[in-house]
Design a protein around this ligand. Structure first.
Ligand code: FAD
Length: 537
């Protein structure tokens, strides 16, 4: 379905069962869940899919080692339950999106003898709680083994380390895959389509006023139920429903920096569970580079948060303090900032969900809001909120939840080793084939086919992304702006800002050919790329 066809379907008069506001992890997950249950559902996103927090995470699929620490220290059964649920969701995500996710070993370096049995037994418990969905066994590494494997671990005072497993994934492409899967199961999905007001019938929320940010056209969509999945913007939508609604969300910003590949640990991440100021610090191999995060500072809620100098300096300082590497500003290839929506006043919402790390609340007029949680638990959050919607809006589902056993787009016939065959069949370089394989899964051959038709050139000589991916993003993945392609269909903008600027004119040229852009639009697109990249520098 083209964008125009989707918009035309969204303009029809017949009310839908559900309208989901927000196209991040939560909204995309809800749209897929509802579509699989046979509900008539639409999901609208005012920017691009995952343009908010959902493309700015640490990209870990994790049960929550930190929750486990709390569970053990405070003998808190609810925290155990949360970790067990996170680990189950980790296993389901790795199974349903095998092309976009992979198990990743982590090493925690330890500097006090007493910490070794504590951390080791905690992580053994983590393995145990994962049950059948476990992805590897935690083990002790001697000081010598740690240093042999990771030259960058601070040697002074090191006693040893614990190796354990969590997952890593491509967050933005995961959101895109969920949105495409939702569309393939009947959902109407549109990005760059904003909810500007809620519509009411008989005093109940019964739809929303939509504004197409590309054309400026506006209309009202009717739906039996509306779900607010707007992450940090949750209060703004709640206040469209009730201008007096007390805010429940405050935001905290977390930034990441991406360093040159010489700082990347070899296929294993390093984790400091608690820095002196109580934060978690990661150095993670990602897209051939080193991803470092994160921070946690009170922040204003804005659409495009910036990584400040202070935050960047904080990370660089902590990396130097905790690891034997000394990166400077020149070693930074990209940075980004994301907002964590922190639920400030849980008393104001349905307290039954306080057992989870997400909250679901229904307003007096029937606006269903979901906020919080983590990427890893998007599927369970979606299941919970669709269950509530079915009850609360009196709508009829044809089937129960199916998402635990439904691979996302590209995942159903994925074979881990098939990249070599792809390289052979289409004459692709090994790194290009691997990237296509890991980005599109069982659909990689469609992109490779495009590459053989004169679109096989790299967008930048230092990276595996190729021209064919730009056309595929426009034709199949709802990309509307060059920055949608550069930052979320490929993560080039999150990996290498300078290469992104070099590649932008070619990407715009390809999109111009496909979408019939005029000169003025191309200038605007280039401007948008550099504006958005300024966020990152
Ligand atoms: C620094 C950081 C690191 C993290 N790391 C991890 C991690 O490693 N693993 C993990 O599991 N979780 C992680 N998380 C948590 C995870 O990223 C979030 O839980 C998740 O992305 C939230 O998704 P969301 O859909 O609720 O919000 P968002 O991704 O913010 O999506 C909400 C969307 O709603 C849209 N919207 C707002 N208003 C409107 C409107 N009026 N009309 C239409 N659309 C609208 C916004 O544009 C936005 O795209 C991290 C979070 C942060 C901040």
């Amino acid at each position: 379905m083209t964008r125009q066809e989707t918009l035309a379907a969204l303009m029809q008069q017949e009310p839908l069962d559900l309208l989901v506001i927000g196209g991040g992890a939560t909204g995309c997950g809800i749209a897929l869940d509802a579509a699989l249950r046979g509900l008539k559902v639409a999901m609208v996103e005012k920017n691009d899919l995952a343009e908010g927090t959902s493309s700015r995470s640490t990209k870990l699929v994790h049960g929550g080692v930190r929750y486990l620490e709390k569970a053990v220290k405070h003998l808190d059964r609810r925290q155990y339950a949360l970790v067990r649920e996170g680990l189950r969701e980790r296993g389901i995500l790795l199974k349903n999106a095998p092309h976009l996710s992979t198990p990743l070993p982590f090493v925690i370096p330890l500097y006090r003898w007493i910490d070794i049995p504590l951390v080791f037994s905690g992580l053994k418990l983590y393995d145990l709680l994962a049950g059948k969905l476990g992805i590897g066994h935690s083990r002790f590494l001697s000081r010598a083994r740690c240093l042999e494997r990771f030259a960058m671990i601070k040697a002074r005072g090191l006693k040893g380390g614990i190796l354990y497993y969590d997952g890593q994934f491509n967050d933005a492409r995961m959101a895109v895959a969920l949105a495409i899967s939702a569309r393939e199961h009947g959902a109407l999905v549109a990005n760059h389509l904003e909810v500007t007001a809620l519509a009411r019938e008989n005093g109940r929320v019964a739809g929303a006023r939509l504004c197409d940010r590309l054309s400026g056209s506006q209309w009202t969509l009717r739906a039996r139920g509306v779900i607010n999945a707007t992450g940090p913007f949750g209060d703004r939508v709640r206040q469209m429903d009730d201008p007096e609604a007390a805010p429940i969300i405050t935001a905290s910003s977390g930034i990441h920096i991406v360093l040159d590949k010489r700082f990347a640990p070899p296929e294993t991440a390093l984790m400091i569970p608690r820095t002196e100021d109580g934060r978690v610090l990661f150095v993670i191999p990602w897209q051939g580079h080193a991803l470092i995060g994160t921070t946690d500072d009170p922040a204003e809620i804005t659409e495009h948060p910036r990584a400040t100098d202070k935050e960047i300096e904080y990370l660089l300082r902590h990396v130097r303090e905790y690891f034997d590497i000394s990166p400077g500003r020149d070693d930074i290839r990209a940075t980004w900032s994301g907002l964590r929506p922190l639920v400030g006043d849980p008393g104001a919402v349905d307290s039954s969900n306080l057992l989870r790390d997400h909250l679901i609340s229904m307003s007096a007029t029937g606006l269903l809001t979901i906020v919080g949680g983590k990427w890893t638990s998007y599927r369970k959050m979606a299941e919970d909120v669709v269950d509530q919607a079915i009850k609360g809006f009196d709508i009829h589902a044809l089937r129960p939840c199916q998402t635990h056993r439904t691979p996302v787009a590209g995942g159903s016939a994925f074979h881990p080793e098939a990249d070599q065959q792809l390289a052979r069949n289409y004459g692709l370089a090994a790194d290009v084939a691997l990237n296509l394989h890991r980005s599109y899964g069982d659909r990689a051959s469609t992109v490779a086919e495009l590459a053989t038709r004169g679109l096989g050139r790299r967008l930048d000589p230092a990276h595996p992304w190729i021209e064919a991916q730009v056309l595929y993003a426009v034709r199949e993945e709802m990309a509307q702006h060059a920055i949608d392609v550069l930052a979320r269909r490929l993560p080039l903008a999150l990996v290498d800002t300078a290469a992104t600027l070099r590649a932008a004119p070619r990407v715009i040229g390809l999109m111009r050919g496909e979408l019939g852009w005029d000169e003025a639009r191309c200038v605007l697109e280039l401007d948008l790329v550099s504006q958005r990249l300024n966020i990152a520098l």
